[in-house]
Design a protein around this ligand. Structure first.
Ligand code: NAP
Ligand code: GDD
Length: 347
């Protein structure tokens, strides 16, 4: 019997939250994985180090290459060397608040980065290479009605991050239409995990309240408590990325849980799970939460965590993905919080 050829995947953004879960998933599916890591002064591979260890380097199924999607020639050269079956573009300056400070850089990486990869696929004439674009619910931005958002909802981004993702989204559609490339957008709503970066709100809340409970931190300072988000688990969302590229044709897909929560709800649930009894007092920027046992303020607000324009409401209708991809979220927000707390406590 002839050997079955293993599929090869190239992941831009391998060192990030999603890159690490996707790499785990694809290794289990017997892929050969190539990941692109940008040069930094520290190793920055902690989210994928366990994959090296478990593979002991001898399986030769997992490789890391230096690269940067701001650099078109190296991007083209890596794609040319590997000629992957699937490319996942997860690389981005992914922090919305930070995009107000470094807009030009954000547009270059988050927007033009996608163009550089797609243009490489086109120039190299890679007819069989499929492309996944990490599109975002942040593209919806200003929402008129508090309805679940779907693939037909218009975009009105509220940050250069959102604007750049809209550019990358349309570039993906354009390369599909103009050059016949199998290029798909996953419009993913917020997804979190123990591996979430520490400045995103869920990780900041869990880390802060656990440390307060352990007596290692006095206070957690946040911004807008009333933003509504649809929070899923990154592990579930990695599965959707793979399914999107296995579908019979390229398309655009909303991936979400269709459940909503405010930032304040997230604080309350986390506090409750940690047996911290809190009471909210005050209004506006002076709102704060008091620990009922110690009578001390353990959560307060600071204007520096507000954004010049906010995305107030995000809830996703993923019925297309449920029906056609047979994708469903399996981890509830409650379970997500428990998973994040457990990891934080075990540190
Ligand atoms: P993340 O943890 O911030 O990971 C981003 C990845 O991109 C990291 O590996 C980062 O490398 C890499 N990167 C940044 N600049 C790069 C550059 N110039 N060249 C090459 N790589 C670069 O983000 P995530 O949460 O995993 O999200 C993955 C993707 O999905 C991102 O595109 C994000 O915008 C998008 N998205 C995320 C969500 C969500 O809720 N998580 C929702 C919708 C869409 P370093 O480790 O060196 O920083
Ligand atoms: N980061 C942060 N820090 N956000 C805060 C804070 C705080 O101290 N206090 C309140 N928030 C609010 C933000 O204003 C926002 O409304 C909400 O919490 C979520 O913020 P983030 O966790 O930073 O995520 P995001 O929704 O802005 O962006 C994430 O989700 C997008 C998908 O909708 C990122 O992962 C993006 O990359 C992703 O595309």
């Amino acid at each position: 019997m002839g050997k079955i050829r293993k599929k090869t995947a190239l992941i831009f953004g391998i060192t990030g939250q999603d890159g690490s879960y996707l790499a785990e998933l694809l290794l289990k599916k017997n892929y050969i994985i190539h990941g692109v890591k940008r040069r930094s002064s520290s190793a920055n591979t902690e989210r994928v180090d366990h994959l090296f260890d478990s593979l002991n380097f001898s399986n030769k199924n997992f490789f890391i290459h230096y690269g940067d999607i701001s650099d078109g020639t190296s991007t083209l050269s890596i794609i040319n060397k590997i000629k992957p079956d699937e490319i996942y573009n997860l690389a981005a300056q992914s922090h919305v608040r930070v995009s107000f400070d470094i807009p030009e850089y954000t547009a270059d990486i988050t927007g033009l980065g996608a163009l550089r990869i797609l243009e490489s696929i086109k120039i190299l004439n890679l007819k069989k290479t499929k492309y996944y674009q990490a599109s975002s619910s942040e593209m919806y931005g200003l929402v008129n009605k508090k309805n679940s958002l779907n693939e037909k909802t218009p975009f009105h981004p509220r940050s250069v991050y959102g604007v750049s993702k809209v550019f990358a989204y349309h570039t993906t559609v354009h390369y599909r239409e103009a050059y016949g490339i199998f290029a798909s957008n996953g419009i993913l709503f917020n997804h979190e995990s123990p591996r979430r970066g520490p400045t995103f709100v869920t990780k900041k809340i869990v880390q802060g309240l656990v440390r307060i409970k352990q007596g290692l931190q006095k206070k957690l300072t946040l911004g807008n408590l009333y933003a509504i988000r649809d929070w899923g688990h990154a592990k579930d969302y990695a599965i959707s990325m793979w399914k999107i590229l296995q579908y019979k044709k390229p398309d655009d897909w909303v991936i979400a849980t269709n459940k909503e929560n405010t930032v304040k709800n997230f604080v309350n649930t986390t506090a409750k799970k940690l047996s911290l009894k809190i009471k909210w007092i005050g209004k506006g920027i002076n709102e704060k939460a008091i620990d009922m046992e110690t009578k001390k303020t353990i959560v307060d607000l600071d204007k520096k965590f507000l954004r010049p324009t906010e995305v107030d409401y995000l809830k996703g209708d993923f019925s297309k993905a449920r029906k056609k991809l047979k994708w469903n979220p399996t981890i509830t927000t409650n379970e997500l919080i428990e998973d994040m707390i457990e990891e934080e406590i075990s540190k």
